[in-house]
Design a protein around this ligand. Sequence first.
Ligand code: ADP
Ligand code: MG
Length: 399
Amino acid sequence: MLDDATASSLSSLSLSELCEEVADQFKARFGDEPCWMVAAPGRVNLIGEHTDYNGGFVLPAAIDRYVVIAAGPSADETARLVAADIADEAKIQVRGAIHPGPVMWANYIQGVVAGFAARGVRLPCFNALLRSTVPLGGGLSSSAALEVATATMLEAMLEEELDPIEKALLCQEAEHKFAGVPCGIMDQFSSVLCQQDSFMLLDCRSQSVELIALDAPDITILIANSNVKHELTGGEYARRRAECETAAQILGVATLRDATCEQLESFREQLGTTNHRRAKHVVGEIARTLEAVQAIRDSRWQDVGELMYASHASLRDDYEVSCAELNLLVDIAQGIGKPNGVIGSRMTGGGFGGCTVSLVKTSAAESVAESLAEQYFQKTGIQPTLFTTRPARGAHRIK
Ligand code: ADP
Ligand code: MG
């Protein structure tokens, strides 16, 4: 049987409830109503995994889970931050030479502040309190949501909006320089640019964006967090990137975006088994992403589902970034199958743990979630966390 925590995990605080609680907590902590409030969502990638750094396509949507920040002016020389979810506080610099500080979570905010300061903007000092319904470290991009919420808060304070692409790139740079994470552009682009009821087709080479409407109320996104994270000491992410670069070099193309299946076959020997399999995933995944876009446009949901399963198999077998728990979640979903409302399922995010994304019939979402959780728990002894979402709105100012 499901315990109460799992059964109730399908729902969480709505955005307006979260904002209300954050405003109350801000007042309790700093004595005043907040002047500014902003929200920025996490994201889930429907298909197009490990294609971003190969100049390929990705197809994320913002999820109905947000980082909310409430802020007000302060007479201090620094900014005082409260992370209410983890009951921690930190001070960061707003002026002068800005460097990463000792508190890791505060560096995501510090990095964005530094990005604004580097543009020659004189920022006011402020107090801020933040909370989030995006799970931390679950592959749904709580870090990008935090950066983009910070940038949106600074825009509100300055009463000036950045160009959305410039804003996303500034946040990406903050993650590179202040958190030391060499991430691609998908997460920050999603949190800034996604719109309600749409997936976002992002061309990671040209950085151009096209919205793909999800106007089928009978289709729901179900996210299952395996609640495992296998820390791989060998730097698997960096190794995959290097393998892709080597493969591109051997094929004589700038990135694997420019490679074809025929090229892969004719260079099979020069590439060697591992590089060939890595490149095969990337070239196949880029094609699958574009096919999925066409299938969504045509409402060919069964085809979208098949592409999701194919994506998972490729990430598991050729790219080798899945893990037993993610494979199990996808196998269970596939076993529940079409007659019971599952359209497709795959791991989402970098891999080695984190979440799966499934498309399910809205009417069956609850029963699918329940049997997924139950079967996963039976086999692993781990309670997964599940929730449904529709493609949500990108970052915006609340107050
Ligand atoms: P993901 O982006 O997949 O959730 P990351 O490891 O990239 O995982 O980012 C998680 C980190 O972001 C946390 O360890 C923390 O430093 C920071 N973070 C995100 N959300 C919050 C929050 N609500 N409060 C404090 N820190 C947060
Ligand atoms: Mg992250």
